[in-house]
Write a protein that binds this ligand. Structure first.
Ligand SMILES: Cc1cc2nc3c(=O)[nH]c(=O)nc-3n(C[C@H](O)[C@H](O)[C@H](O)COP(=O)(O)OP(=O)(O)OC[C@H]3O[C@@H](n4cnc5c(N)ncnc54)[C@H](O)[C@@H]3O)c2cc1C
Length: 404
């Protein structure tokens, strides 16, 4: 008898899971539920090309409508799954009750909200969905909107800040931590990005919290320093939380995400979790449990579970990588740099074309490259193969990378 798969979530993880299942020869039915009513699209361009208008709606769709039809992948758009019963292998969605042989949580993450008092008729803006991006673009592009306050100096906040500053707006970024993107970058890269933002006139307030927001004809933000910042629009990017409530209510083990083993299997038989929602053991984090918010992780975990569902169990073992694009700085990150004890910078820092190599116990663990895509690709291969280049050679720019 043919088995069937239900996938909850139509982001990178959910759509890739369906595609990989078909590529692996899975012949049963595949049904994807998406609470988002828009045809499935990629999220990274929402704060980059889609926001600045260089990418249009049709260029950020995962697949064409014909692909879903040809591959018999049923899409249930605008349909929230609001309950899962793992003992009965059923999900409860807006349109009814469905049974499954395999269930995949690809529910992603949702924006963390500002935990402060907010007074006024409007709310600050957040970015997660295409609808949010459409709204944000209209809101930021208005001529009478000149002062933008961005709360949060992480990837998304800074990508939006860069867009607004390039559009000639006066931007203030307020970040609680002492430096930008502190969670993932070393001080020298935080400073490099800070210098670029400042060159575009962005007012960076570091180590400062926003304590209250008041909206009248404009916004006023009260800062922990006692100062206030006035703004026409406020955008918040202070991180995300895993969408795990559904799994938790179904009795599946969750903590900071839906807990899975190396095959992305949850504590319930036949039930998987992949992508932003999955707390998984990662070989590149020393085997520790991590939750990654990246396209790479979502896509590679989806491929792994498709193979496992098709009877060829594959443990998840891929180098994490991520990117961000602000002004002319295209940062590509490979591996996880946390806990590094040595770093080597190679390339032209002034010219915005260089890489930072991170070592821990004399082992290469991660590489961040700015405008050096070839270094990034080489780094991914090295880290995947647990290869550590010669540090002396690496420090010498005249020696080619593939000879290190
Ligand atoms: C603006 C923005 C910029 C980003 N930039 C980058 C970048 O540059 N590089 C990078 O690697 N990553 C980036 N990311 C992160 C990346 O998009 C995510 O890591 C990736 O989308 C994860 O895929 P996912 O399928 O796990 O989750 P998602 O893409 O979040 O998809 C999960 C989907 O599940 C749906 N869902 C949740 N619960 C239910 C339910 N109960 N019923 C039905 N549907 C449900 C949600 O509506 C959501 O659409 C960015 C994210 C955003 C928002």
């Amino acid at each position: 008898m043919k088995k069937n798969v239900i996938i909850i979530g139509a982001g990178h993880a959910g759509i890739q899971a369906a595609a990989s299942l078909r590529e692996e020869g899975f012949e049963g039915s595949i049904c994807i539920f998406s609470e988002d009513a828009d045809f499935p699209y990629q999220k990274p361009p929402l704060s980059k090309g889609y926001l600045d208008g260089s990418q249009q709606k049709n260029s950020i769709m995962f697949r064409s409508e014909a692909w879903y039809e040809n591959n018999q992948v049923e899409l249930k758009l605008g349909e929230l799954v609001d309950k899962v019963d793992v003992s009965q292998n059923t999900v409860y969605a807006t349109s009814g009750v469905y049974t499954f042989d395999f269930l995949v949580f690809a529910t992603g993450a949702y924006n963390r909200e500002l935990p402060i008092p907010i007074k006024g008729t409007d709310q600050p803006l957040y970015l997660r969905t295409m609808k949010d991006a459409d709204y944000l673009k209209v809101a930021l592009d208005q001529e009478n909107v000149q002062d933008i306050l961005v709360i949060g100096g992480g990837f998304i906040g800074l990508e939006i800040a860069a867009y607004a500053a390039k559009s000639g707006k006066k931007v203030t970024v307020v970040e609680y931590q002492p430096r930008l993107m502190q969670r993932v970058l070393p001080p020298m890269l935080s400073e490099h990005f800070a210098a670029k933002h400042k060159a575009y006139g962005v007012d960076l307030r570091m180590g400062v919290g926003v304590q209250a927001l008041n909206q009248d004809s404009r916004w006023t933000a009260s800062l922990s320093t006692g100062e206030t910042v006035a703004a026409d629009q406020v955008v918040v990017g202070i991180g995300v939380l895993p969408s795990q409530n559904l799994a938790q209510q179904a009795g599946i083990k969750c903590s900071n995400g839906i807990e899975v083993n190396e095959f992305c299997e949850t504590s319930a038989t036949g039930v998987f979790a992949i992508g932003d929602c999955a707390l998984h053991p990662n070989p590149f984090a020393g085997g520790g449990m991590v939750r990654l918010e990246s396209v790479q992780n979502a896509v590679d975990q989806a491929k792994a579970i498709a193979s496992t569902i098709c009877g060829k169990p594959v443990s998840y073992h891929q180098v994490p990588w991520f990117w961000t694009h602000q002004y002319n700085l295209k940062l590509q990150m490979a591996g996880l740099s946390e806990g590094y004890d040595q770093l080597i910078v190679r390339g032209d820092v002034e010219g915005d074309k260089f890489s930072v190599f991170y070592f821990k116990n004399n082992q290469l663990i991660a590489v961040d490259s700015i405008n050096k895509p070839a270094d990034h690709l080489q780094a991914r291969k090295w880290i995947q193969a647990s290869y550590t280049p010669d540090v002396q050679k690496l420090s010498d720019d005249s020696i080619k990378l593939n000879e290190c």
